[in-house]
Write a protein that binds this ligand. Sequence first.
Ligand code: SF4
Length: 138
Amino acid sequence: MEGRFERIFDGGGLVSRVVYGTVFLVEKWTKEVLFGCHNCGQCLLSYTGYTCTMRCPKGLRNGPCGGTSAAGKCEVYPDRWCVWYLIYTRCKRLHRLDTLRMMHPGVDWSLVGTPSWVNLLTGRDKVAEPFGLGKETR
Ligand code: SF4
């Protein structure tokens, strides 16, 4: 299946470039507006209460740094909510706390700035499979 998508997106021809560019722009515009997306190319939104982990100033992808204040504020930017505090409260509200039991690989910087939808379909974002105690919910 991934091979078929690679031919669609990486075929090198005009059609491939147009399809790739269209997917990239649609993803970028919708996710930036809806989720404050940072275009990391390896999206975790479905695991993190639809909250972008890249909004964390330390770029943490598997939980808080330990500096979150008792009120849930960030230690780096005390006027902001800790991103992981938001992730926890939103997952709880969505009854998806089990997704927080997954461990995710660190950011693959070679994918930053590329469309995560394409990376998912082509299997490029599977640098390392998430592993964990919870059920797979992707
Ligand atoms: S307090 Fe939260 S948002 Fe701030 S750096 Fe730590 S984990 Fe990231």
